[in-house]
Design a protein around this ligand. Structure first.
Ligand code: NAP
Length: 484
């Protein structure tokens, strides 16, 4: 199956009020296959009027949806989970075709992303409040939770399904309606999901999907519309900052899942086998195109050489190629810009003295591939220690003392996730308490888990997705003072 065949069954329109429709004046834009650079589909290119129609539909559906019994909302999510799991291979091929990751990685994302549907199916019937006696005994205090209201969800291209379900599932569970805007590089997975959600029983208008290339022009009027009550965004810190400014006017509830610059710290007492396995996961999951990707390997000087050699062997053994083909470990980066950025960052580090242990260049030929790369002797002023690499590149720097490791790890504006490998229990506690991040992987190279609160601090944003915390983002707290 080629990429065009993989996406042939997907709707290409806007999904508004339960109907598929064309964009105003029939405008469309192209979606390309990163493995070949060739166009695989044209999808609807929404105008500001189309965006407004989607918000109209979400607003019209809000009251009935909030009044729908929690069990019914949960059952819809549960059915959606079953359908997504049953149709894993179909959606994995769509995702690989538009985003590039291998089929194995797409299936892994679907296992992860679908789990939010099941998790929040279970959470929908656990929304509760509190009843208490005021300290002076004169009144009673009733605390209840209600849906926030219509939400706008803007998602990135790197996890086309999971970044959507992490928002959609808790919103549905809480009784919120929504307009979803997937990344224009990878809209097809979300269009596929819209169809599945409708099939699972999501009522018309509760979930609306708008695809557009005029992103800012279509999103800003929605964000500034007083009927919108929440904005939830996953993407770059730069865009997140400007969306926070826009949302100030309506004083929206805001959740921001932004960029990262994850440190991966290996102490001298670490289990090196576990550290190398963890490094492969933390670096190579999603071709390095993950906000959680290890961006800086901070390794004790006594084990740095062995760690670097073993990591380079593993990285060098990976097969790079078209993600739709069997036997491929690493697909292409998402587009030419992303590939060029990665190449620039590596060239900058090498020009400042870094040694290439493996990789270090883009292979010849079609598609946006970059070789898995390990760098040592990386100088402190190399750009890739400050900027998100978003590619298969592992720069190694060294440290001597525990405090130096922590200082290096925290020396970034970001604070999403950090990884630490040590067998010393007391050190582990000091380190996870001292890391300025929202999540820590202790002796493991992955933190994403639907049952855990995902999110960051500092320039990585605020708000949490998943876990018991995830549904709170879509609930308001109301208190009623009851006179006796
Ligand atoms: P991006 O450029 O910020 O785009 C993310 C989304 O925002 C896309 O849907 C994009 O639409 C939209 N967008 C762009 N400009 C906009 C504007 N002016 N107004 C409204 N929406 C706008 O980020 P990306 O390159 O897709 O994603 C990579 C970034 O996401 C990385 O920084 C990564 O760390 C971060 N990320 C964070 C998490 C997390 O949970 N913390 C998870 C995954 C990714 P178009 O596609 O149409 O431009």
């Amino acid at each position: 199956m080629n990429a065009s065949e993989a996406v042939s069954g997907v709707h290409r329109g806007l999904f508004i009020g339960g109907q598929w429709r064309d964009a105003e004046e029939g405008r469309t834009f192209a979606v390309d296959d990163p493995a070949t650079g060739l166009e695989i589909a044209q999808v609807a290119d929404a105008s500001p009027a189309d965006g407004r129609a989607a918000l109209d539909a979400a607003v019209a559906a809000q009251a009935d949806w909030a009044a729908t019994p929690p069990r019914d909302r949960g059952e819809i999510l549960r059915r959606a989970w079953e359908v997504v799991v049953d149709r894993t291979d179909e959606v994995a091929a769509i995702m690989t075709a538009e985003m590039g990751k291998t089929m194995t990685e797409s299936r892994a994302e679907i296992a992860y992303g679908s789990e939010f549907l099941r998790w929040f199916a279970e959470e929908s019937v656990r929304i509760s409040g509190r009843y208490s006696v005021a300290p002076n005994g004169a009144t009673r205090l009733l605390t209840l939770k209600q849906p926030v209201g219509p939400c706008l969800m803007i998602t990135p291209w790197n996890f086309p399904l999971a970044m959507g379900t992490r928002k959609i599932a808790p919103a549905i569970a809480a009784g919120c309606t929504m307009v979803v805007k997937p990344a224009s590089l990878t809209p097809l997975t979300m269009l596929w999901l819209a169809d599945v959600m409708a099939e699972a029983g999501v009522p018309d208008g509760v979930l609306n999907v708008v695809t557009t290339k005029s992103t800012g022009k279509v999103m800003e009027p929605i964000i500034r519309d007083p009927r919108l009550r929440k904005l939830t965004f996953t993407g770059s810190t730069e865009v997140g900052r400007s969306l926070i400014e826009q949302s100030a006017e309506g004083l929206l509830r805001v959740s921001m899942e932004l960029g990262g610059n994850a440190p991966f710290v290996v102490f001298d007492d670490a289990d090196l086998d576990a550290a190398v396995d963890g490094a492969m996961l933390a670096k190579m999951r999603n071709i390095g195109e993950a906000c959680t990707a290890a961006n800086r390997f901070i390794v004790h000087s006594s084990v740095a050489e062995e760690f670097g050699r073993r990591l380079a062997e593993r990285m060098g053994d990976l097969t790079v190629g078209n993600g739709l083909e069997d036997g491929v470990d690493v697909g292409p980066l998402v587009d030419a810009d992303q590939r060029d950025t990665v190449a620039e960052l590596v060239d900058d580090a090498v020009s400042k003295g870094a040694t290439v242990l493996t990789g270090g260049s883009a292979p010849d030929g079609d598609g946006w591939f970059y070789a898995p790369t390990v760098l040592t002797d990386v100088s402190a002023d190399a750009r890739l220690l400050r900027e998100e690499i978003f590619g298969p590149v592992a720069p190694i720097i060294t440290f001597e003392t525990e405090q130096e490791a922590l200082d290096l790890a925290n020396d970034t504006e970001y604070g999403l996730v950090a990884y630490a490998f040590t067998r010393d229990h007391a050190r582990a506690v000091r380190v996870y308490e001292g890391l300025a991040v929202g999540m820590v992987g202790l002796n493991q190279g992955i933190v994403s888990n639907p049952a855990a609160p995902f999110g960051g601090v500092k320039a990585s944003g605020f708000g949490r997705e998943g876990g018991a915390e995830g549904i709170e983002e879509y609930l308001e707290t109301k208190y009623v003072g009851i006179a006796l």
